[in-house]
Design a protein around this ligand. Structure first.
Ligand SMILES: *Cc1c(COP(=O)(O)O)cnc(C)c1O
Length: 456
């Protein structure tokens, strides 16, 4: 087919395309290989398109396609986002934002550190000592251990304490946490056998009593953190379960999920059982996340009786699930804020939860003034923020929002998402809503610039 060959010949060579000033400039940033790969990909695609009957794209179009590809490769895939959604612990946006102290602590140990080196003795030490002291002081626990997340913590606890034996749990607590993480599957994975008791809505301490036998390894209580059941429901308290367990010489393990250290009722929400209360009620091991209501880095925290923690530490999974130095540093700094009684002032998620209504309203007003100055139709409206992250389901915080009315809120939301930095709002009733509660004060100038660009 002569005209097909003629079309193919109209495509420039790799070298000719690479010689374009725009691509030369990008190559200086990206290096030779990515520029070459982008140009080859673009030309390959063009050849395929021509073979299937399309006309050869012109030179500027090929340059633009290659340039776009190189620019995309130059951008890190993981990048910062301004969270104006009003969901404080947005799992998709990385859950808890870290405190300034946590960031500084990570930077301080990023090079060499005494991660596993006992400076006093001049020999090998344990990475777990760094967080253990502050966890003991803040929670009252005898001992502590860290994993990469709470899912890992539960898997480790069950593998180390219950493999080949039975774990007794209420049918109302065989939950799915999210991302397909289901308690019955984790039990199976650990090698433990599931002994479910009670019914979906009602389980009593005596159900646990009759289920305990020679094969029982432990009793497991899982905090139903991401949903709520109401009506004709009953679950035994942690104290009741501890009593049943201890009468038989068995441990009670509690997966607390969020691991809150402060009283959520003081912030106008339902009371969430705290880590300290759970230990006081008699739990022998408690596991929770570092990046939910603790407000620290992603981590799994296991606290409780020293001999149980020691058994976990000896298990091979501990090595597979171990946390890195940056996590330990950030967690230590976050916990130090609690120890000093300054978590509400210093830990970003608690500053957000505790932000006074008047302050949120003031910020929303300021944003609306700026938006109006840009010619946009905007107003302050009342609404709610949520805690999110699979904690405190149904609980909301009254908030003030900047509401933007535009012809296409979806198109504006997309422009904001694709901007740099990306901004995430939410759309309700054909308006784009921006919640000041979840926007860190130091991000406010960037947010307003991003809005200006997206509205231009
Ligand atoms: C969130 C949650 C988990 C999982 O914690 P990750 O730190 O995300 O692994 C496990 N159990 C409960 C009850 C949870 O709420």
């Amino acid at each position: 087919m002569p005209d097909l060959q003629a079309e193919l010949r109209r495509l420039p060579s790799v070298d000719a395309l690479l010689g374009h000033p725009e691509l030369l400039a990008l190559e200086a940033e990206s290096g030779r290989e990515p520029a070459l790969a982008a140009v080859r990909e673009v030309l390959d695609e063009a050849r395929r398109a021509v073979r299937s009957g399309a006309a050869a794209p012109d030179h500027p179009a090929l340059v633009a396609a290659a340039a776009e590809r190189i620019r995309a490769w130059l951008q890190p895939s993981l990048r910062p986002v301004i969270n104006a959604s009003g969901v404080i612990l947005q799992t998709n946006l990385g859950r808890a934002p870290l405190s300034a102290a946590a960031l500084a602590a990570m930077a301080r140990v990023a090079a060499y550190s005494n991660l596993e080196y006992d400076l006093e003795a001049g020999r090998r030490g344990s990475r777990y000592v760094h967080a253990e002291g502050v966890l003991q002081r803040v929670t009252g626990a005898e001992a502590a251990l860290l994993t990469n997340n709470n899912a890992g913590a539960i898997l480790l606890a069950l593998s180390a304490l219950a493999a080949g034996r039975e774990v007794v749990i209420s049918r109302g607590q065989l939950v799915e946490i999210g991302g397909g993480f289901r308690i019955p599957d984790v039990l199976l994975q650990s090698g433990a056998r599931l002994m479910e008791v009670g019914t979906t809505n009602r389980t009593y301490a005596r159900d646990f009593e009759v289920a305990c036998g020679a094969e029982t390894a432990l009793l497991l209580q899982v905090h139903t953190s991401n949903f709520r059941v109401s009506g004709f429901v009953h679950q035994p308290t942690t104290a009741e379960l501890a009593k049943v367990a201890h009468a038989r010489g068995l441990p009670l393990v509690v997966d607390l999920g969020s691991g809150v250290l402060l009283d959520t009722a003081a912030f106008g929400m339902a009371h969430e059982p705290t880590v300290q209360e759970c230990l006081q009620a008699g739990a022998d091991l408690v596991t929770f996340s570092g990046d939910k209501l603790l407000g620290g880095p992603q981590a799994g925290i296991i606290i409780g009786r020293a001999e149980l923690v020691a058994a976990l530490r000896r298990h091979p999974l501990t090595r597979a699930l171990r946390v890195d130095k940056l996590t330990i540093a950030a967690l230590g700094a976050t916990l130090a804020a609690y120890q000093a009684g300054r978590a509400v002032q210093e830990v970003p998620i608690w500053r957000m939860i505790g932000a006074p209504a008047a302050e949120v309203r003031r910020r929303a007003r300021r944003w609306v003034r700026r938006l109006r100055a840009l010619g946009a139709t905007a107003e302050v409206v009342r609404g709610v923020s949520t805690v999110g992250g699979g904690s405190l389901p149904g609980e909301t915080l009254p908030t003030s929002l900047a509401a933007l009315r535009v012809a296409s809120p979806d198109a504006l939301a997309r422009r904001l998402r694709l901007g740099d930095p990306a901004v995430i709002g939410r759309i309700e009733e054909e308006r784009l809503l921006l919640d000041p509660r979840t926007v860190l004060p130091e991000q406010e100038a960037d947010l307003l610039h991003a809005l200006e660009r997206a509205l231009a």
